[in-house]
Design a protein around this ligand. Structure first.
Ligand SMILES: [Cu+2]
Length: 294
């Protein structure tokens, strides 16, 4: 299916859910070779870093190819019948040690800040999303709003009937508000899973007994798909994540429809991140009351 048709089909399916005008779709496309279009600043930076690495790889590959061709042509048996017998060259050895080290330092210089950016939750995080991996579905919760949904694989016949992508669509899409910094807490009820949303630049392991943290801030409405990205067992391929980014008003309507409550504006949380959220560790999300402070 071409991207345009895919967007149309997905939008039609999504429209019936939330009446939103979806502008974007984050999903794999047939014969696609590039990364998915970015929906967050982190993913844009990942795109840039990817392009930066690609040019370094191209330059090294072209250089090595040129050296090989030069040796094959200039120093073959016919062109160079009596080869020299030396075995060391101090200058060349120093160069081929120093230059790769410098290339690695440049790559590290670019990549370390990006890793830091991905893992450091901004202090102004406005919303907390708790993600729990189960064999084999996701529990997605907004603890402060008292909303919890279980996202299972949408059966194939239902997916085909509604024009949504089988293996990516879930029974209950999660809604997130656009232009909102969302703190994501990731854990597991059983084996190790991984919560991955390519368009957001998010991939975080879900580990039982641990809470891993990451964040995203979606900057445009759309339908975005991810999958479990850690081999977790027989149904690993059947635990998709479907996230709809919508306006704040639509998100609030959805929260209310789920039986949740929007607390008054949260005070900006301190830099301390919630290392302890044991209340829902068992995966049976208690009807958490709104927690105005954190
Ligand atoms: Cu999994």
């Amino acid at each position: 299916m071409r991207r345009g048709a895919l967007i149309a089909a997905l939008t039609a399916g999504a429209l019936s859910l939330t009446n939103s005008a979806y502008a974007a779709v984050g999903a794999p496309t047939p014969r696609g070779i590039d990364l998915q279009p970015a929906a967050t600043q982190v993913m844009r930076e990942i795109h840039d870093f990817h392009t930066f690495l690609l040019w370094i790889i191209v330059a090294i590959s072209v250089f090595v190819l040129a050296l090989l061709l030069w040796v094959m042509i200039r120093y073959n048996k016919r062109a160079n019948p009596t080869p020299k017998k030396f075995t060391h060259n101090m200058f060349v050895e120093v160069v081929w040690t120093i230059v790769p080290v410098m290339i690695l330092v440049v790559i590290a210089w670019k990549s370390f800040p990006l890793i830091y950016m991905q893992e450091r939750i901004p202090e102004e995080a406005e919303l907390t999303l708790k993600v729990t991996g189960n064999s084999w579905f996701w529990t997605l919760e907004y603890p402060d709003q008292g909303v919890s949904i279980a996202a299972n694989l949408l059966p194939e016949d239902e997916a085909r009937a509604s024009g949504r992508p089988y293996l990516l669509a879930s029974t209950e899409p999660l809604l997130v508000p656009v232009d909102t910094t969302v703190r994501v807490l990731v854990t597991s009820n059983d084996v190790i899973h991984s919560f991955a949303m390519p368009a957001f630049g998010v991939k975080e392991d879900a580990i039982q007994g641990r809470v891993n943290e990451t964040w995203f801030r979606v900057d445009r409405p759309g339908v975005f798909y991810g999958q479990c990205s850690e081999l977790c067992g027989v149904n690993h391929a059947y635990m998709p994540v479907e996230i709809h980014a919508v306006s704040r008003a639509e998100w609030e309507q959805w929260v209310a429809a789920q039986g949740g409550t929007i607390a008054a504006a949260e005070p900006a949380p301190a830099a301390t991140t919630p290392a302890e959220t044991p209340a829902t560790e068992t995966g049976t999300p208690a009807a958490t009351p709104a927690q105005p402070t954190r």
